[in-house]
Design a protein around this ligand. Structure first.
Ligand code: C5P
Length: 217
């Protein structure tokens, strides 16, 4: 039977790593809904669309030429896997994501990822809007400071330097937009299990999630 696990929470909280581990454990498919919003943002920047022209944004969202293939993301033929991870795309993603008609245009595309044997869905509104019927809903939190530190370490590992104050302020600006928008704001579903990851490492987060899964099985 098709099973759905949703993992929601703010940026940099460790959802991606947890989802990867949950997919390995269960053999389920993976939906990175943030990558869909980021791909749309990439298209908006590429096509030089204006945030004031809602119809253009909705038209692009409805026919978004993005494809997910074995860990890679393609926009038309172009591999945009790395490009969509920068802060310009992230900031644009959270702006287009605040427009209700744009979210509506992307809804079915996200639902279509639910295929047997199951799905692990990563995002902001997976448990509240896209998959309210999910079998298990997790919501991760962590302080902005610790999320920024994790991001700095990630960048360091890639040989890049980063300004922690700038990263904290980018994270806070994005959180603020994601939490306060009128549709699908970043909030835990009533039936979600909230895990504060501030003082947990990934193994501990996986362990806690597994415990919750076993209790629910
Ligand atoms: O998760 P990620 O950081 O890749 O998401 C980028 C942006 O896309 C988020 O800041 C948020 O504004 C938007 N998003 C969303 N709903 C989702 C996933 C992402 O609004 N389900």
């Amino acid at each position: 039977m098709l099973k759905i696990i949703t993992v929601d929470g703010p940026s940099g909280v460790g959802k991606g790593t947890l989802c990867e581990r949950l997919c390995q454990m269960t053999g389920f498919h993976f939906l990175d809904s943030g990558a869909i919003y980021r791909s749309l943002a990439y298209g908006v920047i590429l096509e030089k669309l204006s945030l004031d022209h809602e119809a253009d944004l909705v038209a692009l969202a409805a026919s978004l030429p993005v494809q997910f293939q074995t860990g890679k993301i393609y926009y038309t033929q172009d591999d945009i896997t790395q490009q969509i991870r920068n802060e310009e795309v992230a900031a644009m993603a959270s702006q287009v994501a605040a427009i209700p008609s744009v979210r509506a245009a992307l809804l079915q595309r996200q639902k279509d990822f639910a295929q047997p044997p199951g799905l692990v869905a990563d995002g902001r509104d997976m448990g509240t809007v896209v998959f309210p019927q999910a079998d298990l809903k997790l919501f991760l939190t962590a302080s902005a400071q610790i999320r920024a530190e994790r991001r700095v370490n990630q960048l360091k590992n890639q040989g890049l330097t980063a300004n922690i104050d700038q990263i904290i302020s980018d994270i806070e600006a994005r959180d603020e937009r994601d939490r306060n928008r009128s549709v699908a704001p970043l909030i835990p579903a009533d039936d979600a299990f909230v895990i504060d990851t501030t003082s947990l490492n990934i193994e501990q987060v996986v362990e806690k999630s597994t415990e919750i899964m076993q209790q629910r099985a």
